[in-house]
Design a protein around this ligand. Structure first.
Ligand code: TYM
Length: 336
């Protein structure tokens, strides 16, 4: 039996944080055993907000190194740069021509980013979910492991695929498979350290709001010490009045790999004064080996290049096949 396919990606916009790691990248690692997995540095997506070309090259390589440091095995999973596989932009155009403008206008991230980006609301920002649909559909992905904030984009991907299949494929042989999101209950939405009702985000102007994967032990300890809490003794999951408490307990649970029940019991009578140093220590201990591996990988550019070349070749083999099927379904004349 052929394995089911998994595809996911992260933007190389710098400031990779605990939300990206716990909500997405870390969950890719166990999937490699039972699925056919592909992981992508989505550099073309990063062009839709302000960026510095020199920094973009560097952060793209760094992101590939983070994937490896977090446990993605490039032998099992092709790691590639989106812009290296031309089929992504090619398929985007075809999908643009079946996507209704009002579907894109409804996207929550577009609306939020359009407000944040003020002067720089470019066409790419609106078209971003169509590029993401192309990323997923090209690989005929069954599952897309992401954080909660990407769920709407995957629903849109399904809508685009259904419309395309309905218009251009015969019922028995659809061009695209319909993907499902894979969102973790714990970690699917890691919240800001400053406000337990807002998600941890790369674009938050306050660095205190997030733990960056490259933060030092000292920075992590200070951020946890200063992070917003309350004056109640006894820490519990799931109290809607205490979202920051639920968030910090969840982070603790995930980085210690304890069960939710064990953490609930351990922390039931605790004060913040007892819990915060414990959380900081657990975070530092969890991130230290990943940071060490990151530095090893990124200092070897030849190795990173070889991984990306191999990843590009394996990704292209799949992506080009789907692109050709979509072109043919739309009646574009075959290349001569
Ligand atoms: P990006 O680069 O913003 O985020 C990368 C991944 O991190 C998750 N994430 C979070 N998870 C939990 N809590 C948080 N606070 C948090 N913040 C971010 C995101 O959900 C995501 O899984 N559009 C995507 C990238 C993309 C993609 C794709 C993903 C492009 N093409 C194809 C999957 C498949 C994005 O901007 O993610």
């Amino acid at each position: 039996m052929t394995k089911k396919r998994v595809l996911s990606g992260v933007q190389p916009t710098g400031n990779l944080h605990l939300g990206n790691y716990l909500g997405a990248i870390r969950n890719w690692v166990p999937l490699q055993q039972n699925y056919d997995t592909f992981f992508c540095v989505v550099d073309l997506h990063a062009l839709t907000a302000d960026f510095d070309p020199k920094v973009l090259t560097k952060t793209s390589y760094e992101l590939a190194a983070w994937f490896i440091a977090a446990g993605v095995d490039p032998k099992l999973s092709p790691i590639f740069i989106q812009s290296h596989v031309f089929a992504h932009t090619q398929l985007t155009w075809l999908l643009n021509c079946v996507t209704s403008l009002n579907w894109l206008e409804r996207m929550i991230q577009f609306k939020e980013k359009a407000i944040k980006q003020g002067e720089n609301v470019n066409v790419g920002l609106m078209d971003y979910p169509v590029l993401m649909a192309a990323d997923i559909l090209l690989y005929q992905a069954d599952l897309v492991p992401v954080g909660e904030d990407q769920k709407q984009h995957i629903e849109l991907t399904r809508d685009i695929a259904i419309k395309f299949n309905g218009a251009f494929s015969n019922g028995k042989n659809p061009t695209f498979k319909l993907p499902e999101p894979l969102i973790m209950k714990a970690g699917g939405r890691v919240m800001s350290l400053g406000d337990g009702t807002q998600k941890m985000s790369k674009s938050d102007p306050s660095d205190q709001s997030r733990i960056n994967l490259l933060d030092t032990a000292d920075q992590i300890t200070k951020k946890i010490k200063r992070c917003r809490t309350d004056s109640i003794i006894g820490l519990k999951f799931g109290d809607p009045e205490r979202p920051q408490c639920d968030n910090l307990l969840t982070i603790y649970q995930l980085v210690t790999e304890k069960s939710r029940e064990a953490v609930a019991e351990e922390c039931a009578e605790m004060s913040w004064g007892q819990f915060k140093p414990m959380l900081a220590e657990a975070l530092v201990a969890h991130l230290a080996p990943i940071q060490k591996r990151f530095h090893e990988v990124i200092s070897d550019q030849a190795y990173v290049d070889s991984i990306l070349k191999d990843g590009r070749e394996r990704a292209e083999a799949v992506a080009n096949q789907t692109l050709h099927a979509a072109q043919s379904a739309m009646g574009l004349p075959p290349r001569v």
